[in-house]
Design a protein around this ligand. Structure first.
Ligand SMILES: C[S@@+](CC[C@H](N)C(=O)[O-])C[C@H]1O[C@@H](n2cnc3c(N)ncnc32)[C@H](O)[C@@H]1O
Length: 287
């Protein structure tokens, strides 16, 4: 079972103004790519969007779908670089409202579960697909324990392969789970993040994704971004703490305490290899 709409709203619909305070100015809620040590968060997020635009082989004559499009930050970049028609889907009410408010040229948004989606291009398929850290909402911890994860991810990759033109490309990014921490406190902090901040989901393992793209997609490029996500979450935490007074006054003590605990856990998770992140360029196998 994917995260329900109610579970997605816990993670993303608290308040757009809350997330605006500590994310980058476009509100990407996923790992940035720091190409130079001096890159700002804003610059590093644009690097990420540039890589995924290039990997999806987009240009002003192409069409694209962003699955799990957040507040529209990636598609804002896509529209700026050039696109014929872009579509974005999200399950979060607050994100959907923000996407519409941005009035991004050549871009349309829907609030819909990807399982209910069909391409809306007058019978055409997309030239490219993009999805940035949405796959962690597909498998529940219980389903993973039952050994169902690869089958569920494979069904996702199969479904998406029917939306793209033969030989089309999919620029994909996912947060990953790697090693298991050793101390009770670290385990409790990770469980808190999973249960309270992002209920209903589970980060995939890289080997599960590599198995699940078969037989629909060929992996043409793969880059891990663990260190980049460590820097990204450290900067989110710094900005969150810099806004402590406003957050405590507007959203309450518990929200501030919970988000400090969650983001500090993320920083330790990437430093200690409990978590990582991957970008892949996938090519549709047209056989
Ligand atoms: C971590 S956020 C990433 C947002 C955005 N891609 C970014 O880079 O900032 C995960 C996104 O996946 C979306 N999502 C989760 N489950 C979904 C589903 N079943 N169908 C469509 N979108 C979903 C959420 O609404 C959210 O926009």
């Amino acid at each position: 079972m994917t995260s329900t709409k109610a579970e997605v709203d816990v993670g993303y619909s608290l308040s757009n103004d809350f997330f605006r305070l500590w994310l980058d100015d476009r509100m990407h809620y996923t790992s940035a790519v720091y190409e130079r040590p001096e890159d700002s968060l804003e610059h590093a997020q644009e690097n990420k969007a540039r890589i995924l635009y290039d990997w999806a082989e987009l240009d002003a004559g192409k069409t694209v779908l962003d699955i799990g499009c957040g507040w529209g930050a990636n598609l804002e970049y896509v529209a700026k670089r050039g696109i014929k028609e872009a579509h974005g889907i999200t399950l979060s009410t607050a994100q959907f409202e923000e996407c519409l408010a941005r009035k991004i040229p050549n871009t349309k948004f829907w609030m819909i579960d990807y399982k209910d989606w069909e391409p809306r291009l007058d019978g055409e398929k997309y030239d490219g697909l993009q999805s940035i850290e949405m796959i962690d909402h597909l498998v529940s911890p219980a389903q993973s324990r039952q050994g169902l994860a690869i089958d569920i991810y494979r069904e996702y990759f199969r479904k998406l392969s029917t939306w793209v033109k033969p030989g089309g490309v999919f620029a994909f990014q996912a947060i990953l789970r790697n090693r298991v921490p050793r101390t009770r406190k670290d385990l409790q902090d990770l469980a808190f993040t999973a249960d309270i901040i992002f209920p209903g989901g589970l980060n995939p393992r890289l080997e599960e994704l590599v198995a699940a793209v078969n037989p629909y997609w060929e992996i043409e490029k793969l880059e891990t971004r663990r260190v980049h996500y460590g820097k990204t979450t450290a900067e989110w935490l710094r900005r969150l703490e810099a806004n402590e007074k406003t957050i405590r006054e507007t959203w309450g003590e518990q929200v501030f305490t919970d988000y400090v605990r969650y983001l500090s856990t993320c920083v330790r998770a990437f430093a200690n290899h409990w978590s990582s992140d991957v970008q892949m360029k996938l090519r549709h196998i047209a056989l």
